[in-house]
Structure formats: structure tokens, C-alpha cells
Design a protein around this ligand. Structure first.
Ligand code: C2E
Ligand code: CA
Ligand code: CA
Length: 460
């Protein structure tokens, strides 16, 4: 009797334990499901998340094999600027209202997501030939609403050809298409095409052969001398990268610098050129050749690396070189992307003894503010300014003369770039510009030739 009761109690206990385990398993499963749901949707806008979108695209394509689809990428121009001006709350409100409009655009068997920040993506039905007109009719109301809010958006479309391609790849192609029209006011939609495909292939090829190019010395440094306007003797130079192809021809930076700025490899290129320049200066020094400051271009991309200034300062320590023999050129437009960051970096490098130079002044917004901080030593006036002295006559000359007057009062050295003829030289001489860099005196030349020129034509 006692034994039967014990067995009975044990059985009851066991069933409780089993029930509890079952409960645990079920609740874990539903929690996993809830987490998955959160990951599939964007909390702020209620649209799909990146993960949710990719899954939905696969599902919709499978369920609708006869619908032609395209991926549409979309983002707001200068959203960071908008957030800085209006704050987080207002910016989130804008994103939510965009999501509201997105739902209006969306048809059945289509999908939309907010990937991150102001970046939205759609799966829309449509034929490639009619893409532009289709987009126009669908998005007119949407864009009208946006322009009332003073918001400009750009789009990139990729017609899906291979449904087995990874959705992430498809999205990247739409982003590449959008990049073609980025910053344009009258063209809001870029469409992925064969040309773009070719361009992306070249980008991949360039990037994948970069390491080997550095290792094998295929990246060469050319030097373009800068001449004193008064004495017409060499008083400096700019180091410019060249890539020697296997067939012996040279590739100019216009072909690879934008690619590397885009994928971040530019920082490695810039430091490579920096080290080559340091080695060249040491070699000149050992040969007793008159030393002149040599400038190195550092892309704005470097500014996003917190250690950038320290890395430059550390790098020169390996050479017995006075930092004032190295001029660091950063383009003027860097100022508009991150004013404080540039000011900080420039101050640090200037304090460490480097010559700091504002490159391409006049190409963008001609920021006089940059000259205020005492962190820059040199202003390089862009060629576009000089071009204007030919076509626009008086006005450009007056502006240029005044810039030269201002820089003089601020004790800044001035270099005119892209000077091609005698009339420009005379004008710059009269207006007090210090240095001239341009084809009128010399094109960029290989190191050996520069060395010969230095021995023949260098001033103190
Ligand atoms: P930049 O810094 O403005 O360099 C001056 C460019 O103008 C050089 O082109 C030079 O060959 C060209 N140039 C010089 N004088 C004249 C002239 O009288 N007339 C004309 N039409 N052009 C002239 P390059 O070497 O093709 O370089 C183009 C740009 O590539 C450079 O513009 C610079 O922004 C970038 N770059 C070159 N090397 C590097 C590098 O090592 N790092 C980075 N970040 N950028 C580089
Ligand atoms: Ca430059
Ligand atoms: Ca320049």
C-alpha cells in the first residue's frame, strides 16, 4: 500500500517536472519568435528591417515568378546636416512621415524597408524599359510632399535579372546606380546598366590588385615642381601618385583615387606616398641636393580615422627630416564635411611642425573661415579660378586679387595651380602670388628627372 502511494507521488512529481520543461521550451520558442519579429521590422518606422526585407524579397520572388521586379534604393540628401540643424526628434518625425508616404506608394506583392538612418529600399514591380516613367507616375505625389518639407531625395534602380543572386548584391547595385546621380538637382534617379557593371568590375579589379601594386612598386611617385613667381626657380613640389600598368603605360589618379576614396584604401595609398616622399627627401639630403618642401595629398577620408594626426607624426619620426619639409594638402571641401575634425587635425599637425595646405581653394565654396584658425600655412588656388580670369574677365580677376591680398594680410603662402600661360604668370606676379605650379613651367615628372631639375634650378 505504502509502495503504491510512493509510486503514485513519484509519478505526480514527474509529470509536474515534465509539464514545467514543456512550458520552458514553449516560452523559449515564442521568445525566439518575438525576437525574430523585432529583427524583421524597423522599430521607428514600422517598415521592414534589412533582414526582414531580404527575406521578403526572396519570398515574393518565389511566389510571383511572372512579375518583373526591380530594387529601388532611396535616401535623403544631406540628412546628417538636417539632423544637426533640426535635432533627433524632428529628424525621426521626418523619417516616420516618409515611411507613411512609402506605404502609399507600395502595391500588393511589393515590399519596403528602412535599412538604416535615412536609407530606404523597395522591391517594386515593373519592366526595365518603363522604369523611369513608372517611377515618375508613382513618386510624383511623394516627391511633391518631400519638396514641401524642403527635402531632396535621390534614387537608384536595379532591375532584377538573376533571381538567385544574393539580395544584398542586388541592393548594392541599386546603391551604385544612385551614386551616379548623387548631388544632382535635376536628375533624381540613376539606373543600373552595363556601363555601371563594367565600372564596378574595374573597381573590384583595381582594389584586388592594390596590395600587389604596392609590393611590386607599380605605384610610383611623380613630382610636379612649384616655382617662385618672382625668381621662377623651383621652391617646392607636389607628390602625385601614378600607377604603372603591366603594359608599361601609366594610370592617372583620376582613375583610382575616387575608387579608393570610396572603399577606404586611399588611406593606405596616402601613407605609402608619404613614406616614399620621406625616403626621397633623405636620399636627396644624402646626395647634398638642395631640399625644398614637398607636399603630399591626404584625402579627407583620413580625417575619419581618430589617430590620423598621431599616425602622421609617428611616421615621420622614423626619418631624420624636419617636418616643415613636408606639406600636407587637404582639400577645401573637407571643411564642409566636418569642420571641427579638420580644424583639430590641422592644428595638431601644424603644431608638430608640418606645413598645412588648403588644396583646391576656389573649387568649392571658398571658405574664408578656414583661414581663421592659424592652423593652415598655405592656400592653393584652384585652376578653375584662373580659367575664369580668361573667360569672365574683370570680376574673377578682382576676386582673385582680393583673395591674394587677404592671404597676404593673414600671412598665408599662396600657390596658384594649373597655370598654363605667360599671361597668367604675369597676372599672378603682379598680384603677389608666391608660387606657381602648372604646365607653363613643368608637368609632373618622375623622381630622377625631378632630381636633375632640382640640381639645376632650385632656390633657397
Ligand atoms: P591635385 O591635388 O589638385 O593635383 C594637381 C593636378 O593638376 C595633377 O593631376 C596635375 O597633374 C594637374 N595639373 C598640374 N598643372 C596643371 C596644368 O597646368 N594644367 C592642367 N590641366 N592640369 C595641371 P593628377 O596628377 O592627375 O592628380 C589629380 C588629383 O588626384 C590630384 O589633384 C589629387 O587630388 C589626386 N591625387 C594624386 N595623387 C594623390 C595621392 O597620393 N593621394 C590622394 N589622396 N590624392 C591624390
Ligand atoms: Ca593637391
Ligand atoms: Ca589641387
Amino acid at each position: 500500500m505504502v509502495a503504491t502511494t510512493l509510486v503514485y507521488i513519484l509519478l505526480v512529481l514527474l509529470s509536474f517536472v515534465l509539464l514545467y520543461l514543456l512550458y520552458l521550451a514553449l516560452s523559449l520558442n515564442s521568445r525566439q519568435k518575438a525576437t525574430a519579429k523585432i529583427l524583421d521590422y524597423d522599430e521607428l518606422t514600422g517598415l521592414l528591417s534589412e533582414r526582414g526585407f531580404d527575406q521578403e524579397v526572396i519570398r515574393l520572388m518565389k511566389e510571383n515568378p511572372n512579375i518583373p521586379y526591380f530594387i529601388l534604393d532611396m535616401d535623403i540628401d544631406n540628412f546628417t546636416y538636417y539632423r544637426n540643424i533640426y535635432g533627433d526628434e524632428q529628424s525621426d518625425y521626418l523619417l516616420k512621415s516618409i515611411a507613411g508616404l512609402v506605404f502609399d506608394v507600395l502595391g500588393p506583392e511589393e515590399a519596403a524597408a528602412r535599412i538604416r538612418y535615412d536609407h530606404f529600399v523597395f522591391l517594386l514591380s515593373g519592366e526595365s524599359e518603363k522604369l523611369k516613367s513608372e517611377m515618375q507616375s508613382r513618386f510624383t505625389q511623394f516627391l511633391n510632399n518631400m519638396s514641401k518639407k524642403m527635402v531632396l531625395m535621390h534614387f537608384g534602380a536595379y532591375q532584377i535579372v538573376d533571381r538567385n543572386e544574393a539580395v544584398g548584391n542586388m541592393r548594392m547595385k541599386a546603391v551604385a546606380a544612385k551614386r551616379q546621380v548623387k548631388g544632382k538637382r535635376n536628375e533624381l534617379l540613376g539606373v543600373y546598366n552595363r556601363q555601371l557593371f563594367q565600372k564596378q568590375r574595374t573597381e573590384i579589379e583595381l582594389s584586388s590588385s592594390f596590395d600587389a601594386a604596392l609590393r611590386d612598386g607599380a605605384i610610383e611617385v611623380y613630382f610636379q615642381p612649384k616655382y617662385s613667381t618672382q625668381s621662377e626657380q623651383i621652391a617646392g613640389a607636389e607628390a602625385l601618385a601614378r600607377w604603372r600598368r603591366t603594359d608599361g603605360t601609366l594610370m592617372l589618379p583620376g582613375e583610382f583615387v575616387p575608387v579608393f576614396e570610396h572603399n577606404g584604401l586611399i588611406t593606405r595609398l596616402d601613407f605609402y606616398i608619404f613614406h616614399q616622399v620621406c625616403k626621397t627627401i633623405i636620399a636627396f639630403k644624402e646626395k647634398g641636393i638642395k631640399l625644398v618642401p614637398i607636399s603630399v595629398n591626404f584625402s579627407r577620408v583620413n580625417l575619419y580615422n581618430e589617430d590620423f594626426a598621431d599616425k602622421v607624426i609617428d611616421s615621420i619620426k622614423g626619418y631624420a627630416i624636419d617636418p616643415s619639409l613636408i606639406e600636407i594638402e587637404i582639400t577645401e571641401s573637407a571643411y564642409f564635411e566636418n569642420e571641427e575634425l579638420l580644424a583639430d587635425v590641422a592644428r595638431k599637425l601644424h603644431d608638430a611642425g608640418f606645413k598645412m595646405s588648403i588644396d583646391d581653394f576656389g573649387k568649392g565654396y571658398s571658405s574664408l573661415n578656414l583661414m581663421k584658425g592659424n592652423s593652415f600655412d598655405v592656400v592653393k588656388i584652384d585652376q578653375a579660378f584662373l580659367d575664369d580670369t580668361n573667360s569672365n574677365g574683370e570680376t574673377s580677376m578682382v576676386i582673385l586679387k582680393n583673395i591674394l591680398q587677404l592671404t597676404k594680410e593673414l600671412n598665408l603662402e599662396t600657390v596658384a595651380e594649373g597655370v598654363e600661360n605667360r599671361a597668367q604668370i604675369e597676372f599672378l606676379k603682379e598680384s603677389g602670388c608666391h608660387l606657381i605650379q602648372g604646365y607653363c613651367f613643368s608637368k609632373p615628372v618622375p623622381c630622377g628627372q625631378f632630381e636633375t631639375m632640382l640640381m639645376e634650378k632650385a632656390t633657397a
